[in-house]
Design a binder for this molecule. Structure first.
Ligand SMILES: C[S@@+](CC[C@H](N)C(=O)[O-])C[C@H]1O[C@@H](n2cnc3c(N)ncnc32)[C@H](O)[C@@H]1O
Ligand code: SF4
Ligand code: SF4
Length: 416
């Protein structure tokens, strides 16, 4: 086969379930569930065996969760899957709400050197509980226990804080508590509204306040010697230069992407996707082997286009570009209004085609027949149509200008 890639990915996001023990107010899962678009599912033994035989042996790192709307510790087969994966000599990371992390599970996972990434949206009972709907004290007790137990091991405890209007002012307190507990890293990401009613909770509408808090957070991170990933500052009249708070120039949408060569995202259904930023399905492990998918026509097309002047539309403004594969940092960078408001549309701008499609889908879901057909139609679309439809539509778009494409040498490296 032409352009066959013999090297397997070194990093994988894997979701073994889309079930969840919570129903957080900010999470798209709540909306999808209400619309009947979440059909509870756990990874089948057949798909997991394929991963175990074909993919996991090549990995340096596997990350459970963070690539779907679900809680991996909710999976009935979690303990078995974890035991099997931890036999491989690879780094294991988990994105979790921490609620189902019993002491017994924690001990086993710390022995295996797991990197925990616990999520929260508030550092007071009031804000945390208003979003997560579960007890803050229990959460913080688990984080404290994990921080105490990981000391002197290779295990790490990171916190992922989704920032929205109602909690942004708590970021300084978050950093102070994290430093006190011995947390290894704090990653602040933007809330992405999924429903019109959530619009004003986006920090896009609170730019000056957000920039002020992020500036303060940078100082605190330095004082506490704490590794903190912060989103880019918003561009406002007061801050014409959009700089990455770690000091580099903003990492632009068109830096090279390494993911189609080095990483892969696998859903509980066995769908293979190029990364956690895209839900376009490259192939299904229910129907094919991983190596067949890794070198199929879709993957060849993606590798050919992703760093060219004609990237597919889902790759054009992607926050993961230019960033190290397997790093938690990428997700925190984006402060692009178009991306942050992509799901609900900017109220003062022309509607995007993505927004129009979503509106049509949501209207259909409100009808009797639509609510039965749309979930299946969406699955078929994602699996069999989306990639080619996007490729055809993108063929009509103008090529990007050469000055937009950066770091050609890095790009070449990944085109080998
Ligand atoms: C979807 S959850 C899945 C993993 C796990 N259940 C958890 O809560 O950590 C992964 C991350 O996405 C974040 N998230 C959920 N809804 C979001 C939204 N609307 N905008 C931005 N991040 C969101 C969560 O806060 C969490 O940090
Ligand atoms: S725990 Fe995670 S997946 Fe579940 S509703 Fe909350 S943010 Fe979403
Ligand atoms: S550009 Fe973004 S969406 Fe496209 S493959 Fe890379 S990480 Fe995925």
């Amino acid at each position: 086969m032409r352009d066959k890639l013999t090297k397997m990915p070194s990093f994988a996001w894997v979701a073994v379930t889309n079930k969840c023990n919570l129903s957080c107010g900010h999470c798209q899962r709540r909306l999808l569930k209400k619309q009947g678009l979440i059909i509870p599912k756990e990874m089948s033994a057949r798909v997991f065996e394929k991963l175990e035989q074909e993919l996991i042996p090549s990995l340096k790192k596997i990350q459970f969760g963070g690539n779907n709307f679900g809680e991996q510790l909710s999976a009935s087969n979690w303990d078995d899957i974890f035991a099997r994966v931890s036999k491989f000599n690879i780094d294991i990371s988990l994105v979790s709400n921490a609620i189902l992390l019993t002491t017994e599970r924690m001990n086993v996972m710390i022995d295996a050197g797991v990197e925990f990434n616990f999520s929260l949206e508030g550092i007071t009972s009031e804000t945390y509980e208003s979003v997560r709907g579960c007890n803050f004290e229990n959460f913080i007790t688990t984080v404290t226990e994990a921080c105490r137990k990981k000391a002197g091991t290779r295990s790490r405890v990171n916190l992922g804080f989704t920032a929205l209007r109602d909690n942004v002012t708590e970021i300084p307190k978050l950093l102070s508590i994290a430093a006190g507990l011995g947390v290894d890293r704090v990653t602040i990401t933007h809330f992405v509204p999924w429903e019109e009613g959530q619009r004003q909770n986006s920090l896009v509408y609170h730019k000056a306040l957000t920039n002020q808090i992020l500036g303060k957070a940078r100082e605190l991170a330095r004082d506490y010697k704490l590794l903190v990933d912060l989103p880019l500052l918003f561009t406002t009249d007061e801050s014409p230069k959009n700089k990455d708070l770690s000091g580099d120039i903003a990492p632009m949408s068109l830096a090279p992407c390494y993911h189609p060569w080095e990483s892969v995202s696998i859903s509980e259904k066995g769908n293979v996707m190029p990364c956690c930023a895209s839900s376009v399905v490259m192939g299904s492990l229910e129907d094919s082997s991983f190596s067949e998918i890794w070198n199929n026509r879709k993957y060849q097309k993606l590798r050919k286009t992703v760093n060219s002047s004609r990237p597919l539309s889902f790759c054009r403004n992607c926050g993961l570009r230019g960033l190290e594969v397997g790093d938690m940092k990428p997700l925190s960078f984006c402060s692009d209004e178009g991306i942050l408001l992509g799901a609900i549309g900017k109220s003062d701008h022309a509607r995007s085609s993505r927004y129009t499609l979503r509106t049509v889908k949501n209207s259909l879901l409100k009808t009797g027949l639509g609510s039965k057909l749309v979930p299946y139609a969406m699955e078929i679309y994602r699996k069999h149509v989306a990639f080619y439809a996007i490729a055809i539509l993108d063929g009509r778009k103008p090529a990007l200008s050469k000055k937009d494409l950066r770091s050609k040498s890095q790009k070449k490296h990944h085109e080998k």
